[in-house]
Each structure stands twice: as C-alpha cells, then as structure tokens.
Design a protein around this ligand. Structure first.
Ligand code: GLA
Length: 391
C-alpha cells in the first residue's frame, strides 16, 4: 500500500485526524473518468471506451456504533450528517425532482445499498476530491463509488464492481434525479491502471484494453458549463427510443448501418441523424478497442475525429467552445485526434497525443484556445488508474 503524501488523499487523512483526534481506520478513493470514444451510446445498450483518471473522490473514515453518517466536506467547507433509518424511511423523491448538493450523493448511495438489501453500519469521515465539478469528468460517480467503498468497508460487504456501479447509477437516477446511463459508475468502479475499458452496456461485460505505448491522454477543459444539459440529454434519449421503437427493437444497439440505410426513407431527417450517430459510434468504438490494443494511435485518432464530427453534426451535442478546442488540439504537433467527451454542450474535450509532445501541446492548445474564445481552459494530461479501492 502506498501512503499518499499530497493532494486530496493526504488532505482527507490530515483533516480526519485533526477533527476526530486519531488517524482514520481506512482511506478509500474512487476516480473520475474520461471517455475516449463511445458517446451517447450507453443508454442505447451500446459500447463505450472510457478510462478512469488520476483525479478522484477520497474519504478517510472510521466505523461508529451510531447508525448515522457524519462527514466533513473539505472542499465545500461544510459538515453533513444523516441517519440511515431516516434515509431509508424517506426513500427517493418523486420522479423528476432533482436533489442537489454533495451530501445527496452519499445519502443516495446509502439508500440504494439498503434498498438492495444490504445492512449498513454508520461511519464518520472527511471527504475531498480533485475531479473538477461540472466539467463532464464524472465527479458525481466518483463520490457515489467512494461512498459505496466506505460503506462496504464498515458494513463488511463484498466488493462487486458491477453490482456497486449499478447501485451508484440507481442512486443517481432515483435519488439525485439525473437520468444517466451506466458508463460513469462502471468505469469508476472497474477501471484498471494503464487501460481503457471497452464496456458492453447491455451485458455489462467489459474488456480492459491497454493504452498504446508512447501515447498520453490529454483532457482539455473548455471552461464552459451549460445549465440545460439535463433537458437536452433527456431529449436525445427519447429521440433514440422513438427510432428503436420504430424498428421494433429493444435499443439502437440492435440496428445496423445496413438496416438504417435500407429504411432511411421511413425516418425524418432529425431521427435519421440521431440514429446514425449512435449506430456509427458503436462501430467506431468496437474498432477503437481493437486498434488501441494493436497500438495504432493513428487510426485511433481518426476514429476520435470522426466521433466528434458525428456528435457535432448528427447528434448536435457539441458547442462552439468544444469545436474550437478540438480544432486547436488537432492542429498541435503530436496530436493523433481529438473529440468532445461526456454529455456535451460544454465541459471537456479529449485528445490522444504523443507522450513526448504532451507538455508543449498542453501549453499551445491552452494559449490558442484562450485567444480565440476568451475562456480560461484547463489541460490535464491524465494517466489511467484503477477503479474504486482502498488507498
Ligand atoms: C453522461 C452520462 C453517461 C453518458 C454520457 C454520454 O456522462 O452520465 O451515462 O450517457 O453522458 O455518453
């Protein structure tokens, strides 16, 4: 076990000791993620290829006899507390209600675990993280899975990454009120160092794919956030469902490019473009896993570029800031390819780059993007990490 000496891992340990007068029993972490390719495919039962990043939510904690959770939220400068019985009795809010605030992710996870029949014990702890919030890097899935890890420790639950990811998604869908797919929780639970995860979102069977030697993944935060992302996301989901119903299949995963071409005349232009994105993105994503495993950064870059065009033109979830960021990255020396990542409408792009070129690329892309847009970007050159674990 490596003792963490800097960052939020060290911070939660320090604050815990200060506040509770003894070192924590355990420190858990769960990472954020960046999706390399396979966007807006998870809720269509399709394929995604994310990796867990070296930015995570951390909790230092110890078990208590009280059936409550008492936490110091270091980043927000707040203390929170809830009773497990009260969360259980209250249950999730009415459908369509959003419950905001960091503590809701902890409560939602507690509710989901209890709803699945787990008997939970209480704990007290300190929470911090360095996944930027609202950037599309899944800070919420990280907090959910770190909370699950904390409960698993104090309540002696076996750690099944798939089961825990599903409960994290349940917490997000039902308790927090955000209608996300399974990708974010799965990669936060099941990531592997130096690998991306090709995940079949129907069967939840995954294949860890090594990242090509000599490449690095740059996450390019546009510094823009869009409030309406939830409603646009739900609208895309229902547009996809309408097309799959038209084809008489469970999900767009079951429609091939040939099926779509043969029956294109039955769909209006918008439905055709939405479906074409999902169907071609699934094809690109399965190919991407193979080319990554073969160490072919050049082809991976082409697939990422094609994914961006499809998200921009057919699925219409990009925005000017993302398009500019992607263009800046592609022009830089050593870039194989770049695309928007996550739900879209702002947040981050991702680029696959030559490892030696990454520092200069980060600098030049940030400078050019700032000049063109006036927004303050952030560039993180990320490594792929393990999923939720004990630090
Ligand atoms: C968000 C959701 C994911 C996925 C992506 C788009 O990140 O949480 O489930 O749908 O958008 O690929």
């Amino acid at each position: 076990m490596n003792r963490i000496t800097t960052g939020p891992g060290a911070e939660v340990r320090r604050v815990f000791s200060e506040r509770f007068g003894a070192p924590p029993e355990v420190v858990v972490r769960a990472p954020g993620r960046v999706n390399l390719i396979g966007e807006h495919t998870d809720y269509n039962d399709g394929f995604v290829l994310p990796m867990a990043i070296d930015r995570a939510a951390w909790i230092a904690l110890r078990a208590t006899r009280a059936c409550t959770v008492r936490v110091q939220g270091i980043d927000v400068g707040q203390t929170g507390e809830f009773s497990l019985a009260a969360v259980r009795a209250a249950g999730p809010p009415a459908a369509g209600t959003l419950q905001q605030g960091w503590l809701e992710y902890l409560k939602g996870m507690a509710w989901a675990l209890m709803d699945a029949g787990h008997v939970l014990c209480g704990w007290e702890g300190a929470v911090a993280g360095d996944v930027p919030i609202g950037a599309g890097l899944s800070s919420s899935a990280a907090l959910e899975l770190a909370t699950a890890r904390a409960f698993a420790h104090v309540s002696d639950l076996s750690w099944d990454p798939v089961a825990m990811a599903l409960l994290g998604q349940l917490a997000e869908n039902k308790w927090v009120g955000v209608n996300c797919g399974i990708m974010d929780q799965m990669i936060s639970a099941a990531g592997r160092a130096d690998h991306a995860l090709l995940l079949d979102c129907r069967t939840l069977v995954g294949r860890h794919v090594p990242l090509p030697a000599g490449t690095a993944v740059a996450v390019l935060d546009t510094g823009t956030r869009r409030g309406l992302v939830d409603s646009a996301y739900n609208e895309r989901r229902s547009q996809c469902e309408i097309v799959s119903a038209h084809f008489g299949v469970t999900a767009l995963r079951d429609v091939t490019s040939q099926d779509l071409a043969a029956r294109a005349g039955e769909l209006d232009d918008l439905a055709l473009r939405r479906a074409r994105h999902v169907i071609t993105e699934n094809e690109r994503t399965t190919e991407a896993a193979d080319v990554l495993a073969a160490g072919n950064g050049v082809r991976m870059g082409e697939l990422m570029n094609a994914s961006h065009a499809s998200l921009r033109d057919d699925f219409e979830v990009s925005c000017e800031a993302l398009d500019v960021m992607v263009e800046c990255a592609r022009k830089a020396n050593g870039c194989y390819g770049a695309r928007m990542t996550g739900a879209g409408f702002g947040g981050c792009a991702v680029a696959l780059v030559e490892i030696g070129a990454a520092p200069a690329l980060a600098q030049s892309v940030a400078t050019e993007y700032r000049q063109l847009t006036g927004h303050a970007p952030q560039v993180y050159v990320c490594t792929a990490t393990n999923g939720a674990d004990i630090a």
